[in-house]
Structures are given as structure tokens and as C-alpha cells.
Ligand binder design. Structure first.
Ligand code: DX5
Ligand code: ZN
Length: 217
């Protein structure tokens, strides 16, 4: 399983997003956190920024929708050029329909679970997703401390995916840095979001390389 690194622009300079994307040419994805002041107590960016960013970078955009009504808005992110669109299990009311719409528009579809949300009830949706996102902090802010309590859930998710047989990536997001990434990889994660660990570093590209090396260690 190849390690994939997805730097989160939440920790970048929002006035210089094209430059910040260009600073991580060695990344696999660019993680874009969409927040709406309802699902999470923070507000970031929406469709117009995703459309512009898609034109400004060749990195595929990994759009993480932390919004109250993903069923209404997720397809538009796929249309705006997102490479993947992630909806939260806690917010969607029609996951099958929304995940299928995302895929039919040519993007990868992903389902996110907050730290306190169990993965077992979603086993039946594994055929509808390309990726499961297991939050390793409560969503809303960058720079929070990694929650070790999520590690057993990563293991459970990995065994469910193995049993399912299909190709489903397991992504972790929140507090991922060169010390926590190894534990996540060992538990079965293969896609790693990192905000402050990348954009808080003097050399973001070197930070991406360091994370990749630690994850593979
Ligand atoms: C938080 C976001 C994360 C955030 C992670 O709700 O979903 O993507 O950028 O930031 P770090 O890596 O600093 O914890
Ligand atoms: Zn995120």
C-alpha cells in the first residue's frame, strides 16, 4: 500500500493559496477543509475558492466537507474539479445517494467519521466509497493534539476493508506529525493529512518527505 500525503491548506496562508500549493509539489493531494460555522464552529472557504485553486494547481484536491448539509453541496465540489469529496457520516442523511453522485461526477467519494463515531455501522457502505476518513481530532481547527483513542478504530477499519476485499483507502486527519504518523500507519492508515506539520515547517516540501519516510518506516 503506497503512502499518500495530503497537506492541509487550513494551516497555509489563505491570501497566497496558489503559492502554498506550489510549495508542496511532492504531495499526493492537497487537503481542502470546507467549514460552514454549523457542522463545526469555524468558517473557511467554499466553491469559488475550490474552483480557483483547481485552476491554480496540478495537485488533486481532497475536499473535506465539514458542513451541515453535505447531501446538498457535495456534488458541486465534484463538479468544481475536486479529485475527492469527503462527507461526514454525522451530517449526511442520504449517504448512498450522495456518495454515488460524487462518483458519477468523476471524483473519488469518501466518508468521514468523528473520533466518537464507530466504524462498524458503516461497513455496508464500503462498496460506495474510495476512502474512509477517520478523524484523529474533533473537526474544526488545525493544530490540535492527536487522539490516541482512534488507533483501535483504524485497526478495525483496516480489517473491515480487508474483509470487504475492495480498494478503500484509510485516511487520518488531525494531529498527524512525524511522531504520530508511524502509529497511524502501523494501525492501517495509508493516506495522511497534515496541516501544521507541513505548513508550520520552514520547508513544507521537506516536511512532506519526512512524513512519507516516517509513515513507511
Ligand atoms: C481539522 C481539519 C484538518 C486540519 C488538520 O478539522 O479537518 O484537516 O487541517 O490540522 P493539523 O494537521 O494541524 O492537526
Ligand atoms: Zn480535514
Amino acid at each position: 500500500m503506497a503512502v499518500q500525503i495530503s497537506p492541509s491548506i487550513l494551516s497555509a496562508d489563505f491570501a497566497r493559496l496558489a503559492d502554498e500549493a506550489a510549495a508542496v509539489p511532492n504531495a499526493d493531494w492537497l487537503h481542502v477543509d470546507v467549514m460552514d460555522y454549523h457542522f463545526v464552529p469555524n468558517l473557511t472557504l467554499g466553491l469559488p475558492v475550490v474552483e480557483s485553486l483547481h485552476k491554480a494547481t496540478s495537485l488533486p484536491l481532497d475536499c473535506h466537507l465539514m458542513i451541515a448539509d453535505p447531501d446538498r453541496w457535495a456534488p458541486a465540489y465534484a463538479e468544481a474539479g475536486a479529485g475527492s469529496v469527503t462527507i461526514h457520516a454525522e451530517a449526511t442523511r442520504a449517504p448512498v445517494r450522495t456518495l454515488r453522485q460524487i462518483r458519477s461526477l468523476g471524483a473519488r467519494a469518501a466518508l468521514a467519521l468523528n473520533p466518537g463515531t464507530a466504524v462498524e455501522p458503516y461497513e455496508g457502505l464500503l462498496g460506495e466509497v474510495d476512502m474512509l476518513l477517520l478523524m484523529t481530532v474533533e473537526p474544526g481547527f488545525g493544530g490540535q493534539k492527536f487522539l490516541d483513542m482512534v488507533l483501535p478504530k483504524i485497526r478495525t477499519a483496516r480489517s473491515l476493508v480487508r474483509r470487504h476485499g475492495g480498494q478503500v483507502w484509510i485516511q487520518v486527519d488531525g494531529g498527524v506529525d512525524t511522531t504520530t504518523i508511524e502509529r497511524c500507519a502501523e494501525a492501517g492508515a495509508d493516506v495522511f493529512v497534515a496541516g501544521s506539520a507541513v505548513y508550520g515547517a520552514d520547508d513544507p516540501a521537506a516536511a512532506v518527505d519526512a512524513l512519507r519516510a516516517q509513515a513507511a518506516a
